[in-house]
Design a protein around this ligand. Structure first.
Ligand SMILES: NC(=O)c1ccc[n+]([C@@H]2O[C@H](COP(=O)([O-])OP(=O)(O)OC[C@H]3O[C@@H](n4cnc5c(N)ncnc54)[C@H](O)[C@@H]3O)[C@@H](O)[C@H]2O)c1
Ligand SMILES: O[C@H]1[C@H](O)[C@@H](O)[C@H](O)[C@@H](O)[C@H]1O
Length: 339
């Protein structure tokens, strides 16, 4: 492994980007933030200011061209990912791209085609559930086979509240996209069809937001995946997954914090957002990316995984609108680069 730290350009310095900058500078090893970019110049300056030698830009391409940049972490809003990814590819820079790869399958396909033309993988997609300790153990249990063939994955994905720009489509493209990737990875199967059930929206959901929903996926191996997505549950951030198999069941996300007894009651605490619930997973994800990049490797969720997630979510949005069962139809087979 080279001794010099990996110089990183961070594109997008909002909630996630700023958290990744903190992680790169003070939690994980082997990396330094060489440049940041955000269309909001003040935000970029605020984040770059305290970091020695870090330059601030409004144009992602300028940040990628800054001295000492070896790799790119993209944490801008989803619709801005495609152009940043294509710019990184033009420069031959390895990328960690926050989920979703792109919100739409058209953009994801253009990214896939560009990487395939390069003939080598440059991208790891930020599906951090694959780095969460409990998800990793669940995956190992399913792979060992002792529980038998998986029949169901029951998933719950709850956010305390949704940001003001959140739309009904985003329940699928921005939130359920995590379960789409986690289910494909845990089961080692493609998702083949989707239906969406929509109860009368919660009266605490913002006007016009169809929240919550129940999303049902069929898989190529005959399992069924159900996801309760509820982005204004009010009480905290909760992500759970239970695999029910022929000989047993296993689950993640029960919460293992201290149980407090006081004043005649007992209970624990719920994290309020993803930065708390998945802090360790993000640390492991980013450290794994930095280590692999310094070795000249690319690992983890690939552009193909990002593309398939976008295709499944597109079917999900069509199912959301029509109330029908919608088949998942990728435009191509998995290219050899992602075998
Ligand atoms: N893995 C996870 O659990 C997780 C959690 C939250 C967000 N995310 C993802 O991280 C990304 C950022 O989300 P966030 O919550 O930080 O959003 P945010 O709105 O807080 O930050 C996004 C930032 O990107 C900037 N931006 C927008 N377009 C840009 C462009 N063309 N060039 C440069 N900067 C641009 C915005 O000004 C903003 O500062 C999204 O892709 C989101 O889906 C992932
Ligand atoms: O962008 C965020 C993020 O991906 C979180 O992990 C998820 O719980 C939210 O629903 C989503 O809006």
């Amino acid at each position: 492994m080279p001794s010099a730290p990996l110089g990183i350009a961070v594109v997008g310095t909002g909630k996630m980007g700023a958290d990744h900058v903190r992680r790169l500078t003070s939690v994980i090893g082997g990396a330094r933030v060489a440049a940041v970019a955000d269309v909001d110049a003040e935000r970029a300056k605020d984040v770059a200011g305290p970091i020695d030698g870090c330059t601030a830009h409004t144009d992602p391409a300028a940040a990628m061209a800054a001295p000492g940049v070896d790799a790119v972490l993209i944490a801008s809003s989803g619709p801005a990912h495609e152009s940043a990814l294509l710019e990184a590819f033009r420069r031959g820079l390895p990328v960690l791209c926050e989920k979703p790869l792109t919100p739409d399958p058209g953009g994801a396909l253009r990214v896939l085609e560009a990487e395939t033309r390069l003939g080598r993988r440059l991208t790891q997609v930020g599906f951090m559930r694959r780095y969460d300790a409990e998800y990793v153990r669940l995956k190992a249990l399913l792979d060992e086979g002792g529980l038998g063939r998986p029949l169901f994955l029951h998933c719950r994905h709850r956010n305390a509240s949704s940001p003001s720009f959140f739309t009904t489509e985003m329940l699928i493209r921005d939130s359920v996209v995590h379960e789409v990737d986690a289910a494909r990875w845990l089961l080692g199967q493609e998702l083949t069809a989707v239906q969406v059930l929509r109860p009368r929206p919660s009266s605490y959901a913002p006007e016009g937001l169809g929240d919550p929903q129940l999303v049902l996926f069929e898989t190529a191996g005959g399992a069924v995946v159900d996801v309760e997505i509820f982005v204004n549950c009010g009480f905290g951030y909760e992500v759970r997954c239970e695999a029910v198999c022929e000989r047993g069941a296993a689950s993640t996300g029960a919460g293992t914090g201290p149980v407090v007894r006081s004043g005649g009651r007992w209970g624990g605490e719920l994290p309020q957002d993803f930065t708390a619930r998945f802090a360790d997973a993000y640390d492991r994800e980013v450290q794994a990316w930095v280590d692999a990049t310094r070795r000249g490797d690319v690992e983890g969720p690939s552009t193909w995984d990002g593309y398939m997630a976008a295709v499944v979510c597109e079917a999900g949005v069509r199912a959301q609108r029509s109330g029908e069962r919608v088949p998942v139809e990728p435009a191509l087979e998995r290219p050899g680069l992602y075998a």
